[in-house]
Write a new protein. Structure first.
Length: 259
């Protein structure tokens, strides 16, 4: 995909991976929709950076858990530019609950996390479907290795990302041949969101991840954005789940032992 003149919606793009993706697309000549659900100031800051890169930018408040907000977000892009070429479903939420603490998980936790991480993605795709079909566009969902490995911030989060992985493949079938649908599955990403969520356990988790990954590294938001854009531009790739994990799934060979 040549992003010059294309219109790209990035949900949850006021910080982290979403902000990095929006800025990368802006630098490649795309028009970008910056989306936020609560505070406008961080979103406007990202929008300012995108404009400095030469992009036409629209900032839209929308909670992807609400179907009417998803439809309004898509409609705002269509009203401004008359097309949608790429949808990056990055908005996500979680609650940090220890894996063994089953009693600490409520039904409401499942509902609130699924409403954004899984249902919100479906609603955004549905809202943008007609425009994406018309442009022969692409969807990239931001999932997590938690959905494959059963590790992460909480069981509801892991389950929501596992469901998103399955839905990505189903949507690739449903929307083909006009629209390609893929997902990136990041591992440990250096963000303030994760640092705040893990608190005192952050450094221990950071060090453990590096030690267990083949590249002895964690991800930056820009690393994940690079993979998102690669999938968006891969014209014959659909229904794929791309791990962006510095080789965590591969692991490291023990010293002196054959791989």
């Amino acid at each position: 995909m040549d992003f010059k003149g294309k219109v790209c919606i990035v949900t949850g793009s006021s910080a982290g991976v979403g902000a990095a993706t929006a800025l990368s697309l802006a630098r490649m000549g795309a028009s970008v929709v910056i989306n936020y659900s609560r505070s406008s100031a961080p979103a406007e800051a990202v929008a300012s950076q995108c404009r400095e890169a030469g992009a036409d930018v629209l900032v839209v408040r929308a909670d992807v858990a609400r179907d009417e907000d998803c439809r309004a977000l898509a409609a705002a892009a269509m009203e401004r530019w008359g097309r949608i070429d790429l949808l990056v479903n990055n908005a996500g939420t979680t609650k940090f609950i220890a894996l063994q603490n089953l009693a600490g998980v409520s039904v409401d936790d499942f509902h609130s996390i699924y409403s954004v991480n899984t249902i919100g993605v479906f609603q955004m795709v549905r809202a943008c479907e007609a425009a994406l079909r018309a442009s022969r566009g692409a969807v990239v969902n931001v999932s997590s290795i938690a959905g494959q490995d059963g590790v992460g911030s909480s069981i509801p989060y892991m389950a929501s990302k596992g469901a998103l992985n399955a839905m990505t493949i189903a949507l690739a079938r449903a929307l083909g041949p006009e629209v390609r649908v893929n997902a990136v599955l990041p591992g440990f990403i250096e963000t303030e969101w994760l640092r705040n969520g893990l608190g005192d356990s952050y450094q221990k988790a950071y060090d453990a991840y590096r030690a267990q990954s083949a590249l002895e590294a964690v991800m930056s938001p820009e690393d994940v954005a690079e993979a998102i854009i690669a999938l968006a531009g891969a014209g014959k790739v659909t229904g794929q789940l791309l791990r962006v994990d510095a080789g965590k799934g591969v692991g490291r060979a023990a010293p002196g032992r054959p791989v």
